[in-house]
Ligand binder design. Structure first.
Ligand code: 3PY
Ligand code: MG
Length: 255
């Protein structure tokens, strides 16, 4: 099975991904059927534990969206379990150094065909959704996206981007804004944050890797697309739900 995101990246288009903080297979299925190129199951700040993550990946299997998982930490065990459950890419939070990026990238790769990897063999759902040749194509089709959202990660961003097992950088503007002294909810247009975002983008581009970014609004996602991002996320399910509830209650209570 081909990872459709790779095709979008090759065509120099911008993928749009949904983001699940709610631990529901039905909600994941609904979002996966709503037109996104990809859907991320967030196991760091989202509610899903392992069992819900598996159910959400099962629900996403019959949607056109490429299933990605943000793991809670840079752990070989957790990354392997998400991949075995059928994720076609892993987003790893808080990558601080080239060494951490290498450990993360290696966790996503089988040590096959000269590739340096630490992924243990037991593809489980990978075989069901990816087909019998999953072990042969997994290394090329699975995305390893390292989050840059700390000062040490930003300082090491060029070295992180150069790690061969890493496919791309994923910007976390909220943590990055805090790390840069701007506090929570920093505006991406603040020159300090905007410069950091551009530096990350340039580091990825120089290494031939993609850049992805989490955005709190659709407007920010549109601006980031115009800036050349390869993948943008226009907020998450809880934000969408709250916004629409607020809009409807305002209609009902405004008079
Ligand atoms: C951040 O902005 O810090 C993120 O991790 C986005 O989810
Ligand atoms: Mg973060």
């Amino acid at each position: 099975k081909n990872n459709h995101l790779l095709e979008i990246f090759r065509q120099r288009k911008t993928a749009v991904a949904g983001w699940m903080s709610i631990d529901s297979a039905y909600a994941a299925e609904l979002v996966g059927c709503s037109g996104f190129d990809s859907v991320v199951v967030d196991c760091q700040h989202g509610m899903a534990g392992h069992a819900q993550m598996v159910a959400m990946l099962q629900a996403l299997s019959h949607t056109p969206a490429v299933p990605l998982v943000r793991v809670s930490q840079n752990s070989l065990a957790e990354i392997n379990r998400a991949l075995d459950a059928g994720a076609y890419g892993i987003i790893c939070p808080l990558v601080n150094s080239a060494a951490e990026a290498q450990a993360f990238g290696r966790a996503c790769r089988y040590p096959l065909g000269g590739v340096e990897g630490d992924r243990s063999f037991g593809p489980a759902r990978g075989l069901l959704v990816g087909g019998a040749d999953y072990p042969q194509h997994a290394n090329e089709q699975i995305l390893a996206l390292a989050m840059i959202e700390t000062l040490s990660g930003l300082d090491a961003v060029e070295a992180i981007a150069a790690v061969p097992q890493i496919d791309g950088l994923f910007i976390g503007p909220s943590d990055l804004g805090i790390a840069l002294g701007l506090g929570p909810g920093a505006n991406h247009e603040h020159p300090v944050l905007a410069n950091a975002i551009r530096r990350i983008q340039e580091a990825a581009r120089a290494a031939g890797k993609v850049t992805c970014i989490w955005c709190s609004t659709a407007e920010m996602a549109r601006a980031m697309r115009a800036q050349g991002m390869d993948l943008v996320v226009p907020g998450h399910d809880a934000i969408w739900l709250k916004a629409e509830i607020a809009r409807r209650l305002a209609v009902l209570r405004s008079q």
